[in-house]
Design a protein around this ligand. Structure first.
Ligand SMILES: NC(=O)C1=CN([C@@H]2O[C@H](COP(=O)(O)OP(=O)(O)OC[C@H]3O[C@@H](n4cnc5c(N)ncnc54)[C@H](OP(=O)(O)O)[C@@H]3O)[C@@H](O)[C@H]2O)C=CC1
Ligand SMILES: O=C(O)C1=N[C@H](C(=O)O)C[C@H](O)C1
Length: 280
């Protein structure tokens, strides 16, 4: 392979996703891990620092980037699976240093989403709440089913995640709902049922209902139910290992390396994956 490796920095080195991203970036023949950023103010990060260095000592010397100055290293792409506020901060550094970014973080508010979109006037951004291939296929499958029976069935999205997840519903569940709403000509902000409690009355038509489950170490499960009278369709995706997300994000980083400014969200991601598969 003659092509130069994609130089990657990972933000959130000690997070659930950060750790697996580090492992997968090291394993990947087409990428080279330049460093990983920790939360300087985090007690947990200080405690885990020696542990993670020990873990990776056999592979390489993990460069922990502690301050903003250090981030101006030669890298191509930053991968960020952290928190909304930290992602917004990272975006500023990426714009300043003209580096592209892969965003996997979820839970952004409207203002933050606008900031991400406008940052794409300066750098290339691929932003997806779910980097697994299965979910990106499911986006299309559910839109297709909705286009045929969506007007007369009840559509419910049920998502299951681990007890430490802080945002709800998941970014993926919201994206599935937005895709269906858009394809049906519904208004996602109005035609959504996020809560039910007490005497809520019969279910209204043309609305998407949400249920959120949090427990134990569930990595991520999304179920889309199309319920009619006398029959139901359920489309289920289960993530059984975070490496599915990490590998997808790394593929995306390789792809975005030399791209100029642009903003791409998840639906485009499947096309990118298929393209990469064809190339190999
Ligand atoms: N798009 C996708 O495919 C997927 C998206 N996600 C999303 O990714 C995000 C992270 O998930 P997960 O790994 O489980 O969460 P974790 O809480 O395990 O990890 C988040 C990490 O971000 C770090 N962080 C926070 N602030 C800073 C900062 N200022 N500088 C550097 N690091 C910082 C935290 O450090 P500390 O704890 O030390 O403060 C922590 O290590 C979530 O939004 C989740 O929904 C998750 C899986 C797949
Ligand atoms: O926080 C998680 O763990 C996950 N978050 C993403 C989301 O909010 O959609 C994706 C995945 O299901 C895991």
């Amino acid at each position: 392979m003659n092509q130069e490796k994609t130089k990657i920095i990972i933000s959130g080195a000690f997070g659930r996703m950060g750790k697996i991203l580090i492992k997968e970036t090291i394993k990947n023949q087409e990428t080279s891990l330049i460093g990983a950023i920790i939360n300087e103010n985090s007690k947990k990060a200080k405690e885990q620092q020696s542990e993670i260095k020990k873990d990776f000592l056999n592979y390489f010397f993990l460069k922990i980037l502690k301050n903003n100055h250090e981030r101006n290293l030669l890298y191509d792409v930053l991968i960020d699976f952290t928190t909304p506020q930290n992602t917004i901060n990272n975006l500023k550094y990426c714009i300043k240093n003209q580096k592209n970014i892969i965003i996997g973080t979820t839970g952004f508010n409207e203002q933050q989403l606008k900031t991400i979109k406008s940052a794409a006037k300066n750098i290339a951004i691929l932003f997806s709440p779910n980097f697994s291939i299965g979910i990106n296929l499911l986006y299309n499958i559910t839109k297709y089913i909705a286009s045929i029976i969506g007007k007369y069935v009840d559509i419910e999205i049920i998502e299951y995640h681990h007890r430490n997840k802080v945002d709800a519903p998941s970014g993926t569940a919201l994206q599935i709902g937005k895709n269906i709403s858009e394809s049906m000509g519904w208004n996602f902000n109005k035609d959504t049922i996020f809560q039910r409690y007490g005497i809520v009355g019969p279910r209204k038509k043309n609305k998407i209902g949400y249920s959120v489950v949090r427990g134990g170490d569930i990595i991520g499960e999304h179920k889309i139910l199309f319920a009619d009278l006398g029959e139901q369709i359920e489309i289920i995706h289960k993530a059984t290992n975070r490496s599915a997300f990490a590998r997808g994000a790394i593929k995306a980083a390789i792809w975005i390396k030399n791209k100029k400014m642009d903003y791409l969200i998840c639906q485009t991601y499947l096309k990118i994956f298929l393209l990469l598969k064809k190339i190999k």
